[in-house]
Design a protein around this ligand. Structure first.
Ligand SMILES: C[S@@+](CC[C@H](N)C(=O)[O-])C[C@H]1O[C@@H](n2cnc3c(N)ncnc32)[C@H](O)[C@@H]1O
Length: 282
């Protein structure tokens, strides 16, 4: 098991249960069990403001499953770098990838200690493949790219799928998210891919102002982005069809694989409010 230790025994890590954390609020939206009173209080405020937050979270996971299948089956990808992994939620990325390619290798990265304390569930690789967990901040790509766990798990001479799902809206422009994505993709060879999901206020600006205020009050900075701002993350990459789309419209499948998404026509763009896309490095 490869795992950076954020200060010793995970049991001694201060999880700051007194304040809401984005990973645990998202776990609540996914109807998970790894959330606490402060997380639930903030998440319930979001749900009162925007009841479709549960739909958004589910569609986000569904995209993650679909895109992992497309990358493994159609593009032959066998290595993933997933940053902003979140609290393990079955099926995790490596479980979807290894169903198709048991030899698939996945490096998970998150900066929240709650994810570290649950990382064991991410390290259940098939015997042929491998998974690793790195406790690191997305705004420090060099720490991620330079880590021993990454070097032991991924071969950076072969294509890697960089997965930034529901992460970049936690990186305001002041943290240089475009530079971060460029530095990460710059380290990966031709044939590597970038998959992004990103919350947007394009369909319902007033509501998103309120949601961002709830996160800000809980101590989490956010920045939702427009379609063109999300497209900018893919500069220099060749987009897979259908380009940047609302999550439920990106290659919908009747059998969602694992998470049985709603039929496309049953959802509105504002209920989902997530831009998604996949680019390939030429
Ligand atoms: C909404 S969850 C998404 C989880 C998963 N990627 C998914 O799409 O289902 C966002 C995750 O990003 C993590 N995160 C937020 N800011 C981060 C940062 N600067 N560096 C690393 N992880 C971060 C949070 O801890 C949380 O686990």
């Amino acid at each position: 098991m490869a795992q950076h230790d954020a200060g010793g025994d995970p049991r001694s890590i201060d999880l700051r249960l007194d304040r809401a954390h984005s990973a645990r609020m998202y776990d609540y939206y996914l109807r998970g069990k790894t959330n606490y009173a402060a997380d639930r209080a903030a998440a319930e405020k979001v749900a009162e403001t925007w009841p479709s937050v549960f739909v958004c979270a589910k569609e986000n996971r569904s995209f993650l499953h679909r895109v992992t299948r497309v990358l493994a089956e159609d593009l032959g990808i066998r290595q993933w770098l997933d940053i902003g992994t979140g609290i393990p939620t079955s099926p995790n990325l490596h479980e979807v990838a290894q169903e198709i390619a048991p030899e698939a290798r996945v490096v998970y990265v998150d900066n929240d200690p709650i994810v570290l304390t649950h990382a064991r569930a991410l390290l259940t690789s098939s015997p042929e493949g491998r998974t690793a967990y790195i406790q690191a901040d997305a705004t420090d790509p060099e720490a991620i790219l330079g880590s021993g766990e990454l070097a032991d798990t991924l071969d950076l001479r072969r294509p890697v799928a960089l997965s930034l799902n529901a992460l970049l809206h936690f990186l305001p422009d002041s943290t240089d998210p475009y530079g971060t994505v460029d530095r990460l993709m710059g380290a990966l060879p031709s044939g590597s891919t970038l998959a992004i999901t990103h919350c947007t206020a394009d369909f319902d600006p007033g509501t998103w102002g309120d949601i961002q205020a709830i996160y800000a009050a809980a101590g989490t900075a956010t920045q939702v982005r427009s379609r063109s701002e999300v497209e900018r993350f893919f500069s220099g990459l060749e987009m897979l069809e259908p380009g940047v789309e609302v999550a439920h419209r990106w290659r919908p499948v009747a059998d969602g694989g694992h998470s049985s998404p709603e039929p496309v026509e049953a959802l509105s763009d504002s209920e989902v409010s997530l831009w998604v896309g996949v680019g390939v490095k030429p």
